[in-house]
Each structure stands twice: as structure tokens, then as C-alpha cells.
Design a protein around this ligand. Structure first.
Ligand code: NAD
Ligand code: IPM
Ligand code: MN
Length: 344
């Protein structure tokens, strides 16, 4: 068996800052892992060439075992073509149809919830990742007139919905909560409901429930302890995963895995973006990127190292050896060094 080979796409803003620290952690736990860095894929390249991610880049990514990404996005590039040409292209072309975003309370002091009994969030948001409102299907009619009409289709396919709900049931420990807006959005809503009933029938040992997305968002902040696995469409899952991250202790520490469970290929990235408001100041929290690396390692035969990273993260946060967003006073680099010190 050959060793693990990963591609790394640092991206923009705090992306390169947090990825550098995840790579320092990788070097500490698994220095044998081969790393191929694609540092040309960023907003500057997009502004110059109109295509940040080339076919060659994609081929390099496909030839590796997994991709670790920092963040894509810059205020100088307003066009959605940039994120669509990099992040969404990767998710769509590699058919990474599951976006798995665990939200586990890092420390009681970080919960924004008033009631201590309800703070213990420990759930996974499973976000559909290849269709929904993100397909780019639509258009603008009667542009530049007072009757201008912009249409973005919300696409649900039986194939897409049934496979992501099936995945949610496969990873559930006790319950799957299916989230949609079937009370108002008729066609996709009916399809989500039917795929839910079919999957529930295949998994009689897993309890199941349903919430409309507005109530799901509310419940994530009123009683998140009731959730195990939440499965939702692309746009709903995007929003719910930021809410869940905040309830678990903060966006800066939230990891994610974009997966094709059929091939095992994954794109691992923090849930946060490029945070232009703090980029270059040295305070970006590296834990989301480091925890994403841990997810990558766990999925690729390095479970012990992944576990050690998780334990080290918790321990640094317990001791407030972390960045200001988590109540610490460390820089990005010092926070990662603290994790590495805990590993030793
Ligand atoms: P954001 O996630 O970048 O930032 C939201 C807020 O959280 C900001 O106040 C930021 O300072 C803070 N924050 C985020 N990550 C942090 C960290 N690691 N440590 C401390 N604080 C952190 O969201 P945004 O401002 O809406 O987006 C900025 C850019 O990033 C946009 O171009 C957006 O499209 C892009 N984006 C990219 C991804 C991705 O690449 N996966 C994800 C989300 C947003
Ligand atoms: C995320 C981000 C992206 C998304 C943006 C940058 C297109 O918010 O990964 O959550 O909406 O999927
Ligand atoms: Mn998002």
C-alpha cells in the first residue's frame, strides 16, 4: 500500500493562514503524508485570468487521496463565478454529494445558550452538496427594466435527495431529523418527504423526525441537545451549519468534510470563509482547519492521529490556550503550537 497523498488549496484571506497551521499539525502527527500545494488557486488568479481552478489543477486533485482547503473568497471579487468556478466546481465535478458538518460543544463557557442543560450540542449537519439552489440553473428576464425578473431554480432530484438522506441514516447513532420547507415549496418538498419515508423504512432501528427549516433553526438555538443527525438541502444546510457552529462554540473551530461516500474521496475544509475582516491580523482561529485535517486523517487510515488531534484541541481550549474568538489571547500560530505541544 502506498502512503497518503493529499492536495492542499490554501485559497484567500485567512485560508492560507489557517492551512499553514493545519500543515504544521500534520507534520507533527504524520510527517510521511505527501502534500501537493495548489497556491495559485486564489482571487488574484481569478481576477487576472477569469479561471482560478484549471483542468490541470482538477486532475492533480483527482490524482490525490483527499483535498484540504482553506477558504475561497475576496471582497475584490464580487462575482459568484469565482466560488462557482472553484469550490462549487470541486463539489459538483467530484460528486461530493455529502457535506458533513459536525457540531460538538467545545467548552461550556463558549455556548451562547442561557440554559446549561441545553448547551450540550453534539450533532452532525448533513448538507446536500450537489444540487438544490446551487445548480446555477435560471436566468434573468427583462433585464434593466422595472420588470426585471431573476430566477434561480431550486433543483431536487430523486437520485440526489435519496442518496444524501440514505447517508444521514447510515451515519446516525440514534435519530435522523429531516429538514425541508415542504409546507410552502410543493414539488421539492414532496420529493424530500417521500425520500425520507423510504429511507426511514430501510432503517427501522434509527428513530426519525421532521422539522420545517424555520423551526429547525429555532430549535438549534433553543434546544440543540435534541439533534443527532440533521439532513437538509444545500442552502438550508449552509445556513443551519453556521448556526450549529456558533452554538457549538464558534465558527472558527467548525470543521467539515465534502464527501463522495462511494469513492471515499473528500474535500475537507473549515466551515468558515476567508474572513477578510481579520485576514492579516494574526488572530484567525486555526482550529476549524486543524479539525478538518483530523476528519481527513480519520477517513484515511490515521484514526489514532485524528483522535489525538481532537483531544489536543479540547485540551488547549479547556486551558484557554486559543485565539480571541474562543476567549484566549494567542495568535493563529501560537494556538496551533499549543495543539502541537498537547500532542507531545
Ligand atoms: P466568514 O466565515 O469568512 O466570516 C464570518 C465572521 O466570522 C467574520 O466576522 C470573521 O472574522 C469570523 N471568522 C470566520 N472564520 C474565523 C476564524 N477562523 N477565526 C476567527 N474568526 C473567524 O464569512 P463572510 O465574511 O460572509 O465571507 C467572507 C468570504 O469568504 C466571502 O467571499 C465568502 O463567499 C467566502 N466564504 C468561503 C467559504 C469557503 O471557502 N468554504 C465559506 C464561507 C464563506
Ligand atoms: C460554505 C460557503 C459556500 C457555500 C460559499 C462560499 C459558496 O458558505 O462552504 O458554507 O455556500 O457553500
Ligand atoms: Mn456557508
Amino acid at each position: 500500500m502506498t502512503g497518503l497523498r493529499i492536495t492542499v488549496l490554501p485559497g484567500d484571506g485567512i485560508g492560507p493562514e489557517v492551512v499553514a497551521q493545519a500543515l504544521a499539525v500534520l507534520d507533527a502527527v504524520a510527517p510521511e503524508v505527501e502534500v501537493d500545494v495548489l497556491d495559485r488557486v486564489n482571487a488574484t488568479t481569478f481576477a487576472r485570468t477569469g479561471a482560478a481552478l484549471t483542468d490541470d489543477d482538477l486532475a492533480r486533485i483527482r490524482a490525490s487521496d483527499a483535498l484540504l482547503l482553506g477558504a475561497i473568497g475576496d471582497p475584490s471579487v464580487r462575482s459568484p463565478d469565482y466560488a462557482r468556478g472553484v469550490l462549487l466546481r470541486l463539489r459538483f465535478e467530484l460528486d461530493l454529494y455529502v457535506n458533513q458538518r459536525p457540531a460538538v460543544l467545545l467548552h461550556a463557557r463558549l455556548s451562547p445558550l442561557r440554559d446549561p442543560a441545553r448547551r450540550g450540542i453534539d450533532c452532525v449537519i448533513v448538507r446536500e452538496n450537489t444540487e438544490g439552489a446551487y445548480t446555477g440553473i435560471g436566468g434573468t428576464l427583462r433585464k434593466w427594466t422595472p420588470h426585471e425578473t431573476a430566477i434561480d431554480a431550486d433543483v431536487s432530484t430523486y437520485h440526489g435527495v435519496s442518496r444524501v438522506i440514505e447517508h444521514a441514516f447510515r451515519i446516525a447513532r440514534r435519530e435522523v431529523c429531516v429538514v425541508d420547507k415542504a409546507n410552502a415549496v410543493p414539488f421539492g418538498g414532496e420529493l424530500w418527504q417521500r425520500c425520507w419515508r423510504e429511507a426511514a423504512g430501510r432503517h427501522p432501528g434509527i428513530a426519525t423526525s421532521h422539522l420545517y427549516v424555520d423551526v429547525a433553526a429555532m430549535t438549534l438555538v433553543s434546544d440543540p441537545t435534541r439533534f443527532d443527525v440533521v439532513v437538509a438541502s444545500n442552502a438550508h444546510g449552509d445556513i443551519l451549519s453556521d448556526v450549529a457552529a456558533a452554538v457549538a462554540g464558534g465558527l472558527g473551530a467548525a470543521p467539515s468534510a465534502n464527501l463522495d461516500p462511494a469513492t471515499g474521496f473528500g474535500l475537507y475544509e473549515p466551515v468558515h470563509g476567508s474572513a477578510p475582516d481579520i485576514a492579516g491580523t494574526g488572530v484567525a482561529n486555526p482550529l476549524g482547519a486543524i479539525a478538518s485535517l483530523a476528519m481527513l486523517l480519520a477517513d484515511h487510515g490515521h484514526e489514532d492521529q485524528a483522535q489525538a488531534i481532537q483531544t489536543a484541541i479540547r485540551s488547549t481550549v479547556d486551558k484557554r490556550r486559543c485565539t480571541p474568538d474562543l476567549g484566549g489571547a494567542l495568535t493563529t500560530e501560537q494556538a496551533a503550537a499549543a495543539v502541537i505541544a498537547e500532542l507531545a
